[in-house]
Design a protein around this ligand. Structure first.
Ligand code: HEM
Length: 508
């Protein structure tokens, strides 16, 4: 009997020791290097705007895989091509989750939209619908006329402005609002079949567009880092500048606008059934015929508009700003356009692949000014390792694309605008040029964005002479905001090219 007790005691001590050993190992993870932190708030006080710059200087000190605590939330910041490769190859599935945030819960229908939903069957369904239906190459070919029409309208309004200019024929034009309206109209026509900005738009639709832009801007502002997400215990007692209340309010206003769009679409569809109006297939059409609920459709409209409008517009604005500061490169792109397109028609999407100089300019604008400098936050759904360090389940992953794209260890002369750096290189620069992210959660709108940015930029260069508003170079400082906008909206002097007036501009 005594021997049995001795056996039971020693066996349970042995098991207890194994348990202790495991416990100790799990609490002594090999986490990435980290700066000293404060209790409760962790490293939050270190995080200043623009966040990508702050994280870059921390990574310079602590290494390309960096560990931070945003309050109680563990965060790993990745800033080297090899770490990015690990994240989006070996760990791609594990890191395909999104952190669940208050903003997504309140403003994206309980985090059910494509950009906020956790990795799983619902997200896969939306992603399939988006990639294979709404933004498929076939559907993009079908909506080519929308992009051509919107670019033609932009060129026409610029031509009208230039034609009414006195003296040397140069008109001073503000570009940001024009580019935002172009981008918004293209996306909305693909979503609902209607344009919302411009001369021929009725007053009711223009008012909807104005309110819609207003709620999108407010949602962008509220989607940034929210202290309530990082210190949930304090959220119950501290009202962080009324953010949560503002989110609820803006979500209600957005919902009214979005529901109005779906209801109007349903009634237009009835009209077309009775033969009075025929529509080409739009996103709302596809989603209604696949039986999606109104809430999922509303969340998807919001995702497409907020992810697809400003991103393309700011990229064109940055590219134009860079070209105004480098007239020799603008001239090179113009010579290429005259050579390939000629001077008696507008550039078309079919020309784009024959314009390598334009492609290189756009790559360089994406490299220096990515519209998603930290991509969109990912989350580890299981423990994994990056760069030899442990990344515990539930950690938020921020990829500092901006820092990688300006890293002197990765690029020669990284802060200079040099489109010629890509000449003769076949390489797609994977892991060091990642404006659209990589892997499963990468941007599904890249094909559309590339088409819109290339076509618009090509038409602007091809149809007009451009100059800066004064001798000073265009200021390239970035402002605050999720899509890394230019601090000051771009203004430039624009004049119609004589050789394009008779056959192109005069015919628009
Ligand atoms: C120049 C234009 C654009 C840039 C630079 C850009 C960039 C990005 C980036 C960096 C991400 C996050 C990738 C990641 O988390 O790893 C993303 C996600 C996304 N983008 Fe874009 N984007 C652009 C245009 C568009 C357009 C035109 C659309 C659609 C109309 C779009 C729809 C989306 C959506 C829905 C997501 C979330 C994907 C998911 O979570 O599964 N984007 N984009």
């Amino acid at each position: 009997m005594e021997a049995a007790w001795a056996f039971i005691l020693s066996a349970s001590s042995f098991l207890f020791l194994i348990f202790l050993f495991k416990l100790q190992r799990s609490s002594k993870k090999n986490l990435p290097p980290s700066p000293p932190s404060l209790p409760i708030i962790g490293h939050l006080l270190l995080i200043k705007e623009p966040v990508h710059r702050t994280l870059q200087s921390l990574s310079d000190r602590y290494g390309p895989v960096l560990y931070l605590s945003f309050g109680s939330w563990p965060v790993v910041v990745v800033s080297s091509p090899s770490a990015v490769e690990e994240c989006f190859t070996r760990n791609d599935v594990v890191l395909a989750n999104r952190p669940r945030m208050l903003a997504g819960d309140i403003m994206a229908y309980g985090s059910t939209s494509i950009g906020t939903a956790p990795y799983g069957p619902h997200w896969r369904n939306l992603r399939r619908l988006t990639a294979l239906e709404i933004l498929s190459p076939h559907r993009l070919a079908g909506s080519l006329y929308v992009r051509l029409e919107e670019v033609r309208l932009l060129v026409r309004t610029l031509y009208e402005a230039a034609a009414s200019a006195r003296g040397d024929g140069f008109a001073r034009v503000e570009m940001r609002s024009r580019l935002q309206e172009l981008s918004f109209n293209i996306i909305m026509r693909m979503i609902s079949g209607k344009r919302y900005f411009g001369a021929a738009v009725d007053a009711g639709d223009a008012e909807v567009a104005r309110r819609f832009k207003e709620v999108i801007n407010e949602e962008f502002e509220l989607s940034g880092t929210d202290p309530g997400d990082f210190m949930p215990a304090l959220r119950k007692v501290v009202d962080f500048k009324g953010r949560e209340r503002r989110m609820v309010d803006v979500a209600k206003r957005a919902d009214v606008i979005l529901q109005g769009m779906i209801d109007e679409f349903r009634s237009r569809r009835k009209m077309s059934d009775s033969g009075r109006e025929v529509e080409s297939k739009t996103m709302i059409d596809s989603m209604l015929s696949e039986g999606y609920s109104d809430d999922i459709i509303k969340g998807h409209i919001m995702s497409m508009v907020s992810a697809g409008t400003d991103t393309s517009a700011v990229t064109i604005e940055w590219a134009m700003s860079l070209l105004l500061n480098h007239p020799d490169i603008m001239k090179k792109a113009l010579v290429e356009l005259d050579d390939i397109v000629g001077q008696d028609r507008l550039v078309d999407e079919a020309d784009i692949h024959k314009l390598p100089c334009l492609r290189n300019i756009i790559n360089e604008a994406f490299r220096l000014f990515p519209a998603g400098p930290l991509l969109v936050p990912h989350e580890a759904s299981e423990d994994c390792t990056v760069g030899g360090f442990d990344v515990p389940q539930g950690t938020m992953i921020l990829v500092n694309a901006w820092a990688i794209q300006r890293d002197p260890k990765v690029w020669d002369d990284p802060t200079s605008f040099k489109p010629q750096r890509y000449e003769g290189l076949e390489d797609d620069h994977a892991y060091r040029l990642l404006p659209f992210g990589m892997g499963r959660r990468s941007c599904p709108g890249a094909g559309l964005a590339n088409r819109v940015v290339s076509l618009t930029l090509a038409a602007l260069i091809h149809c007009f002479e451009w100059e800066r508003v004064n001798e000073e170079p265009v200021d390239l400082s970035e402002g605050t905001g999720l899509t890394m906008p230019k601090r000051e909206p771009l203004e430039a002097m624009c004049k119609a090219r004589e050789c394009m007036i008779a056959n192109v501009l005069g015919q628009l």
